[in-house]
Design a binder for this molecule. Sequence first.
Ligand code: HGY
Ligand code: MN
Ligand code: MN
Ligand code: MN
Length: 389
Amino acid sequence: MLDQIADVGKDLKRGGYSRHGYNKPELELRHWFVEQAVRRGLNVETDRNGNLWAWWGERGDNALITGSHLDSVPGGGAFDGPLGVTSALEAVDLLQAKGFKPARPFAITVFAEEEGGRFGVACLGSRLLAGAISPEKALALKDPDGITLAEAMKAAGYDPDLVGRDERALKRIGQFVELHVEQGRGLTVPVGVASSILAHGRWRFTFAGEGNHAGATLIEDRRDPMLPASQLVLAARKAARGGGRATVGRLVPNPGGTNVIASTVDVWLDARDTDDARTRAMVAEISEAAHQAAKEEGCELRITEESYGDTVHFDSGLRDDIAGALGGVPALPTGAGHDAGILAAHVPTAMLFVRNPTGVSHAPEEFAEQADVDEGVKALAATIEHLGS
Ligand code: HGY
Ligand code: MN
Ligand code: MN
Ligand code: MN
């Protein structure tokens, strides 16, 4: 099934896929998912936050939900997100073929803008569903072209005025299980379950100096924000110790001319660690270094926390129950964030991982062996049968 969507959203410039919330390729994938669901006799609805729910039978309470996302990071791989959705559809095929019928309400979900690849906040659809971000803040988020989430949702036919915590939809979820390609190399067997997710936040550092001419401006007359921006990148690496992960993957000088000293530089920091205190301490150390570097260059610095989620420890009861039903599979921590990480604070949640032989993710090289993918589908089907009987 991944082959069916292999041509959707290819990024010819960067390589990989650039499928972002409500952009053309992502809308195409939504349409593809609805077709696939309807073909299986599932009843599809879109909730007020742009998330899709494909119900097998009646919608109802104490539902067993599985799903993931279809959007990608810029230049992302084919598996992160879509593998969870295609495996859920394939698991339904397996179960329908053997005459299984869920004894409780069951649905496959597709969450909106999980990567934050367009609007900058990860897990936007599940955060809105759970009330983990305010509608005002979410609707005002702008994409790189200055289009707000409200405008993008409207253009896609959704009513942005409806977004917000969806108590009713949350209450319907009895248990949520997300299958995902592993991002890292912890698995030595095809399938595992998740034990925890790192604490994870994103901060925006805006350095402001004085735009000027690259040739006509003496060094001593400069206030070049690119200098403290560069110091921030180095400080992030220096502060990431003992398992902490601090990353700068996006640095945008404005105006960005080769012969122009930038007037401002925006730098986004992605920081993660095993607990809240360690993550905050790492970010504090990096921020201190950034303020120091800005001062030395006569630049201003404004830091904005754009999103943050504390460490997620998955419900060990559900995790061990699933691992047992699968004949005993390993539990492993993940450094990547997921919609399951947002929902875990509200409903019993578990994750299944499918082995990634290279561990590479958020890159076109992301890959999983067909044999492992098949094991993942069988494991998800067995989990649905185990929990849904
Ligand atoms: O950033 C993450 O870890 C997730 O893939 N959104
Ligand atoms: Mn991802
Ligand atoms: Mn993902
Ligand atoms: Mn000139």
